[in-house]
Design a protein around this ligand. Sequence first.
Ligand code: TMP
Length: 216
Amino acid sequence: MAFFITFEGIEGCGKSTQAGLLAKRLTGRRMSVLTTREPGGCPIADAIRQILLDPANTTLVPRAELLLYAAARAQHVTEVIEPALRKGLIVICDRFTDATLAYQGFGRGLDIDLIHTLNQVATGGIQPDLTLLLDMPQEEGLKRAIQRNTAASLAHEERFERETLEFHGKVRNGYRQMAGRSDRFRVIDAQGNIDTVAGRINQAVDEFICSRNAAP
Ligand code: TMP
């Protein structure tokens, strides 16, 4: 049965690691899984990712940033996500439309209705079935993200890590507000070691799969 799971959260919350672990676990249960990420997920969207995350692009204006995320997403949905769902795969995506609402909407202050419209245009209406919001204080997330970037030589992808703590606080609050308004979200406490957090995610995903299987 095809379904679409997204991971969301602030920098350094551990979602990429957890998305990989979940994919491994579901694959081990003989489910067919595709993992992907945004921005990126296919060559054209990966090229846009480089522009978006390059800290040298200090003059990129918020509206151009928003349109680049939408352009990358339109390509990624058409080339990767939509065909995978049509084939019956479980798609696990590291960030999706909620990231644009959290970062460009709540973080940068761009118009939320405009972002909803652009998300609709970019996705053709495809929405996640389940969104796992990995939540932790922005101070801790940023500290972890900076340590990770240094260890993995990811300074060329650091444009958002260089934003203020206040910006990341707005992003976190935005995510939490969205989660409070939609039953597609599960808020996962992302503090604790990798296995502890993975256990919380597995429980949420198993409950979701059971409810899907039980649906008439
Ligand atoms: P990543 O760190 O999860 O790879 O995501 C890259 C950055 O892009 C991260 O700082 C969040 C940001 N982002 C947005 O600002 N808007 C979006 O729509 C997406 C998908 C990511």
